[in-house]
Design a protein around this ligand. Sequence first.
Ligand code: FAD
Length: 397
Amino acid sequence: MSNIPKIVILGAGYGGVLTALRLQKELNYNEADVTLVNKHDYHYFTTHLHMPAAGTDKTENARVSISKLIDEFKIDFVKSTVVQIRTQDKKVILEDGTLSYDYLVIGLGGEPETFGIPGMLEYAMNIRSINSVRLIREHIEYQFARFKREPHRTDYLTFVVGGAGFTGIEFVGELADRLPELCKQNDVDPSLVKLYNIEAAPTALPGFDPELVEYAMQVLTKKGVTFKIGCPIKECTPDGVIVGDNEEIKAATVIWAAGVRGNRLIEEAGIEVMRGRVKVDESLRAPGHENIYVVGDNSLMFNPEGRPYPPTAQIAMQQGVVCAHNLVASIRNQPLKKFEFKNKGTVASLGKGEAIGLAFGKKYKGGVAALLKKAIDIRYLYIIGGIPLVVKKGKFL
Ligand SMILES: Cc1cc2nc3c(=O)[nH]c(=O)nc-3n(C[C@H](O)[C@H](O)[C@H](O)COP(=O)(O)OP(=O)(O)OC[C@H]3O[C@@H](n4cnc5c(N)ncnc54)[C@H](O)[C@@H]3O)c2cc1C
């Protein structure tokens, strides 16, 4: 038996991939055995999924094979699904095997939070993975074909997006661009199509700059989106949604984009959580578990004003870098680094050529913000895969 410490990383999302890539760079030969576990043999860009979901881009542009990102001489990749984390004997149970660890990194990403709304889990779809967006795109296209056979069923042409946060807004922007194209392809009168964006909070994009929110709503309204803001969805049914004062919106398509919670496996492991997310210490470790690091949507961190940071790819990436540093430091018995979030700005796309954003202390809107969004996407591809990956996902060029 070797004495080399074993590091197991669960999840190849933004946090997991950045941790793996940095470990690959920082660890010396034979200093640790690193294993990366992921459900699929590809890494997907969650921040891009609203496009293939609406059908405005190919799913291929939203993913890259893990073998193209990591050096398999330095990191073992295991394609499998984690079914249990056993902290008591430092083991991870996979659907087809078991892994032992000395250090564990949990980066399994979030799960939809439905806030207990009846029917939401059963009848709504979510933008969460390549497989879920394939289903959404096919489902949307199929509604047009169904309508041609049953023209009295206008509910086939009614689309409800629950949540006007970043995911909801970015998705309605894309869908608003795609629907006219689908009408044309299927000889459907565009005036029959309805696209609702429904939000319980008193504003769209809560917490974002009000002037930019207003701009976003104007752009999207012009594209045909009907907003219902301050209007909670009470129930999701097989026929649509019930909102506000028991108003029923009949819709064959409901996409829930309103909430993320942590991963159930963490709660089941007995690690302390708040809505499935682990309130990590300043070095990104789980409370009471010095050898367990948590990154990305699974972690919960607070800003200096005491408010939780929203779960974003940006924070997950920065955590991955610090997590790798701290793993190497632990192995070398060196002091750990404190994680400090450096907000590089936020940009939300509103469909083709339109976006809003706050970056470098300035507000951006329209085409300039859309270019900024592309620059952010390119930067990410460059960080994880260098120039070859930027060139391969050629739509950016
Ligand atoms: C449509 C959309 C748009 C977004 N836009 C932005 C944006 O513009 N900017 C931004 O900063 N953030 C954005 N976000 C949020 C961002 O995508 C997430 O915060 C980020 O993906 C979290 O990264 P992560 O590493 O925690 O997990 P993820 O990226 O979700 O990755 C988790 C990984 O774990 C794997 N996994 C899950 N369960 C298991 C299991 N049991 N066994 C094995 N593997 C498993 C998954 O397959 C996945 O590969 C957006 C999210 C969505 C949905």
